[in-house]
Design a protein around this ligand. Structure first.
Ligand code: SF4
Ligand code: NI
Ligand code: NI
Length: 712
């Protein structure tokens, strides 16, 4: 058919171009010149995932190139052709990378280029919990106004969008906020750059899915089923774009075009039409979502600015601020209180204070006490802090509104732009009221928000709030695994890692850092059929290793029989599995008779001779890997940290940034455990990055791990 002929032509051209490029590169460098794309442990990820061949030098690259060339002269089937085009694009981009060490020097703008492993792991939780319901690719050329309004629409729908081609440049020119936090990532200017997004899609199967590289059919199936992606192409489609669309179709990524073309389907490749036409720009996003078969529901307060996680990370700088509250400059606090139904007037927002309208209109600074009264049949006192913590997100998701801190150290800013757009003080209350109702609808029946703006009221109420914060902290500190009658599971990551089960206990939070036991409990009440389920503890089989009969039963059932038993407090014997979005990795360091911990985001070397990305590539996918384990940051300072293996005394090395982050709580635990000097004895990268030096250091400072029973 015609499309296949066009794709063939594109492949042929790219073959010729790449051959030339390859020859030149080899003559300039040396034949076995080795290279790595930035921040990945998967070679050229697409070729590695589908073919099982990890390419890290020019000889291997050439060998694979010859294979494609040969297959081109022989094979005619559409899938092979499509995949070969994608492989070849990946090779072409790698050569480009080797030659320029950057993505596109011809442009004055900085594009993101290759998308590394770290950011993909960081976004893991957002992808599974629906904060990012889909991934979009925009290609081609479109004028700025239309482009920006389409991007706004995608951002409001929380869709992570990659820009390729003229649209990427156009967007950067507009000077708008970009990056993963803004849900909008300009990747590069060539059609081939689409492969970087495809790399992302297939790599998910390795990072989260526990798939084996080279298991082509299983990986294609995984991507088709679990990665919700679509592409929208603007302007006329050239041969390259057609070839790319064929390749995308193999992975169930439909392409919507603004050109008048008949819808094209190639049933042997995809159940979706390969190309779907939609000329109306106000409908094109909806068309794409429909074609991919997605349902995206957006909850948004009625306010005069944009709303959604894409606007969460934006800063409001001092010079752009119209008015601010708190931040140690004026007294402020925020407090969620559970009340009787009769005490809460539903959907009411009230501002209490003298002459508040005028004071707001003047801008500058104001004191602010936020009280959120909630009532509901299924509401519990324990959920107050869970809801209260969301105030941060609720406010930040509004464009031009900014929030940091919590409790009595909160700090809120409203930008001049947001004020111009019509944001008032009532809107602040309205955001909190309507989002609390929307996101917590099954535990909260009534919500009332009171905003106090007179200093005298705030000081009195803040004292009351502080007493309540203290009571909460005390209760939290008393929550232990033994004390509670149930644990909770988290199965959210099963949408990517089908065999992985997180068991969340008061003393062991989820490994992504997003769920404490209280969060999981609240999530279960909010959505009883959701990703968090109660786990009956059953019988305590081993208090040191943390083995419970109920946990074993649960994990066995929900891992599809893969995992028979887990120890909640051990890395060496039947440890908990990992998905892919862990905050830290604990890795046994046999020479030091202990463990090291490395956080995602630390890109340097560790004393076991591997970087975070390398170790991360060895674990995950819901498999038990004794000696290696993904954990949340907060687990490190739990009294149950590796209790079965000897506890925190085993920690011999951590990156400095991680040490600083946990310092205070670590010190407390270390004192309770009778090792108050432990913190200073733990090495970091400023002390050493290799094992000999580490051992010297540990010996010099008399680290307790050296005296303990052998860890292996
Ligand atoms: Fe995934 Fe575990 Fe976090 Fe749940 S708690 S989102 S399963 S890592
Ligand atoms: Ni914001
Ligand atoms: Ni995960």
């Amino acid at each position: 058919d015609e499309f296949i002929e066009i794709a063939k032509k594109a492949l042929q051209d790219l073959l010729k171009e790449t051959e030339e490029n390859l020859k030149n590169t080899i003559s300039e460098k040396i034949e076995n010149f080795s290279f790595e794309l930035p921040d990945t442990t998967y070679g050229l990820p697409l070729i590695y995932a589908l073919e099982g061949i990890k390419i890290n030098n020019l000889i291997e690259l050439k060998r694979f190139f010859e294979r494609i060339k040969e297959s081109f002269t022989q094979s005619t089937d559409a899938i092979t052709l499509s995949l070969n085009y994608l492989y070849l694009s990946e090779i072409a981009l790698s050569l480009n990378y080797i030659n320029t060490e950057s993505i596109d020097k011809s442009s004055e703008f900085k594009f993101y280029g290759f998308l590394g492993d770290t950011i993909q792991r960081t976004l893991g939780v957002q992808l599974v919990d629906g904060r990012i319901p889909a991934v979009a690719v925009l290609l081609g050329r479109l004028d700025s106004d239309k482009l920006l309004s389409i991007i706004k629409e995608l951002q409001e729908k929380r869709i992570l969008t990659f820009l390729i081609g003229a649209v990427a440049e156009e967007f950067l020119k507009s000077g708008q906020r970009h990056g993963f936090e803004a849900y909008i990532v300009p990747v590069g200017t060539k059609t081939e750059h689409t492969v970087f997004v495809i790399d992302w899609a297939v790599r998910a199967s390795l990072i989260f899915g526990g798939q084996t590289a080279g298991d082509k059919d299983a990986i294609i199936e995984y991507v088709r089923k679990r990665i919700n992606a679509f592409a929208i192409s603007f302007g006329s489609l050239n041969e390259k774009a057609v070839a790319m669309a064929l390749g995308a179709a193999v992975l169930a990524i439909p392409v919507i075009t603004d050109q008048s073309l008949p819808d094209v389907s190639i049933p042997e490749i995809a159940e979706y039409p390969l190309l779907t036409a939609e000329k109306d720009y106000s409908k094109i996003v909806r068309k794409a979502i429909e074609t991919r078969g997605l349902k995206i529901v957006v909850e948004k307060p009625s306010i005069p600015v944009s709303y959604g996680p894409a606007f969460e990370g934006e800063r409001v700088r001092k010079e752009d601020t119209f008015i601010e509250f708190g931040g140690q400059k004026t007294p402020a606090f925020e407090w969620v209180r559970m009340m009787d139904v009769a005490e809460v007037e539903d959907e009411k927002v009230e501002i209490i204070g003298t002459d508040w309208r005028n004071r707001y209109e003047q801008g500058g600074r104001m004191p602010l006490g936020i009280i959120v009264k909630v009532a509901g049949k299924k509401m519990q006192k324990d959920f107050e802090p869970v809801i209260e913590r969301q105030i941060h997100t609720f406010i930040n998701e509004a464009e031009g509104l900014w929030h940091i801190g919590q409790r009595d150290i909160n700090w809120i800013r409203i930008s001049k732009k947001a004020k111009q757009a019509g944001i008032s003080l009532e809107h602040l209350g309205l955001i909190i009221m309507s989002m609390t109702k929307a996101r917590f609808k099954s535990i909260v029946d009534r919500v009332e928000v009171l905003l106090y703006v007179d200093e005298k009221d705030i000081l009195t109420l803040r004292e009351e709030a502080r007493q309540e914060y203290r009571r909460r902290d005390l209760r939290l500190a008393r929550l232990t695994d033994e004390e509670v009658d149930k644990f909770y599971s988290c199965l959210l990551c099963q949408s990517f890692a089908p065999k992985h089960v997180c068991v969340i206990t008061p003393e062991r939070p989820g490994l992504c850092g997003a769920f404490t036991w209280l969060d999981a409990k609240a999530a279960y009440e909010i959505e009883p059929t959701g990703g968090n389920q109660p786990v009956e503890k059953g019988e305590l089989i081993d208090p040191i290793y943390g083995r419970y009969s109920g946990v074993d039963e649960y994990v066995k059932k929900h891992s599809g029989g893969q995992i028979q038993t887990i120890n909640l407090y051990s890395i060496m014997e039947n440890p908990m599995t990992s998905c892919g979005c862990f905050e830290c990795i604990v890795a046994v360091t046999p020479e030091a008779n202990g463990v090291l911990i490395v956080n995602r985001g630390y890109s340097g070397m560790t004393p076991i001779g591997m970087k975070f990305s390398t170790i991360a590539g060895m674990i995950g996918g819901g498999v038990q890997t004794p000696g290696f384990m993904g954990v949340g940051v907060n687990y490190i300072t739990s009294r149950k940290f590796l209790k079965g293996d000897g506890g925190i005394r085993r920690i011999v090395w951590m990156p400095k940034e991680l040490k600083e982050r946990i310092k205070e709580s670590f010190q407390k635990v270390a004192e309770q455990e009778g090792v108050p000097e432990l913190f200073q004895k733990i090495a970091d990268e400023t002390v050493c990055e290799d094992i000999e030096c580490l051992i010297d250091y540990l010996t010099k400072v008399g680290h307790p791990a050296l005296e303990m029973e052998p860890i292996i």
